[in-house]
Design a protein around this ligand. Structure first.
Ligand code: BT5
Length: 334
């Protein structure tokens, strides 16, 4: 948001519940003319801020928009580095692609890209991620952990776990995890994570961890082919969700987890991940290109890889598409 608009919102917020502002007081506090204050008030109302004005108590901010605006994300964000740079877009191809460009030009760890809508949202394996405007949290964070490359794969698991813990604590929802990157509520996908890395030799330059969280969708907001397999926080709760508050809580949880991940990788988080995993102890099939692994999910290792017992041997799976052989209510198609 432009600095002047930002300053005006900050001033209005600072007296939201007490005596209120007048046009002359705002003009003097912002060092601009009174007509310019009026124009700027119009502009912030155009962004969705709701303002009440009366002769006795002056000008009040009565509601802020449920929009991914930097000012609103930062208001009350309790992180140290996540959000140190925040790039907000109304519409973009993919927040992951933009974050990779920024990381290539030395954007610092913690830089976040977020968009209201993605026109080319990416899933894994060249799949697409449906990202309609204003209904989700489509965001990517740049990370530069000093871990060996295989250990960095644990980032997708970490992000999924941070999401699950946030949804449980903030909303009381139970979230299951499907290795490596899906968050499910009652078998339907509510979260997808896509981690992309850039490395020189075996040294990581950066990782971009992108999370797609379905927040405010009604069933009709999903394309027909996803309707049976996807859900949103709103559908799960049966009521509207404050997207900004959830995003801030998720970033706080993710950063907190990431601080210990930087030193120790995914290992300290494995008990919690296993507890939520729908694959462990179950018969699974993993498709890895032309090769198929069939067996029982028995563990997640210190690199975040899935361990499958196939006959008498354990097979370590780093990537691939997993399905359950005996579908249940907790299973998801993809
Ligand atoms: C994923 O891939 O689940 C990773 C999705 C990551 C999306 C985020 S949004 C912000 C950042 N910027 C990006 O460009 N991407 C990341 P995968 O496991 O391959 O699952 C993709 C499959 O999930 C698709 O083929 C669909 O079947 C399904 N799908 C697509 N959009 C969905 C949605 N909104 N909700 C639930 N399922 C969806």
């Amino acid at each position: 948001m432009e600095p002047l608009l930002n300053d005006l919102v900050d001033l209005l917020r600072s007296r939201r519940t007490t005596s209120g502002w007048t046009i002359p007081r705002l003009a003097s506090a912002l060092s601009i003319s009174r007509p310019r204050v009026l124009r700027t008030l119009d502009e912030i109302q155009g962004l969705g801020y709701q303002i009440k004005s009366d002769n006795h108590s002056g000008i009040h901010l009565i509601a802020v928009p449920d929009r991914m605006i930097d000012t609103e994300i930062l208001a009350g964000l309790k992180t140290r580095t996540f959000g140190c740079q925040l790039h907000c877009y109304r519409r973009i191809g993919s927040t992951n692609s933009r974050a990779c460009q920024l990381a290539d030009t030395s954007a610092p760890e913690g830089t976040i890209v977020v968009a209201e809508e993605q026109t080319a949202g990416k899933g894994r394996l060249n799949r697409s991620w449906h990202s309609p405007p204003y209904l989700g949290i489509w965001s990517s964070v740049i990370l530069r952990p000093k871990l060996s490359l295989p250990r960095v794969s644990g980032l997708s698991l970490l992000a999924a776990l941070a999401f699950a813990e946030t949804a449980e604590r903030e909303l009381g929802l139970t979230v299951d995890l499907k290795w490596p990157n899906d968050g499910l509520i009652q078998g339907k996908k509510v979260l997808g994570v896509l981690t992309e890395v850039s490395a020189e030799g075996d040294r990581l330059s950066y990782a971009v961890c992108g999370t797609g969280i379905n927040v405010s969708h009604e069933a009709v907001d999903f394309p027909a082919e996803l309707r049976k397999r996807a859900t949103s926080l709103k559908l799960a709760m049966g009521q509207s969700i404050d997207r900004l508050a959830f995003f801030r809580a998720f970033l706080g949880e993710f950063e907190h987890a990431y601080r210990s991940f930087r030193g120790e990788g995914i290992t300290p988080f494995l008990p919690e991940y296993r507890r939520r995993s729908i694959l462990l102890g179950r018969e699974v099939v993993v498709q890895q290109g032309a090769h198929t692994v069939m067996g029982t999910g028995v563990g997640i290792d210190e690199n975040g890889a899935l361990v499958i017992r196939e006959g008498r041997r354990d097979v370590v799976v780093f990537a691939g598409e997993v399905t359950l052989r005996e579908p249940s209510a907790r299973n998801s198609g993809e």
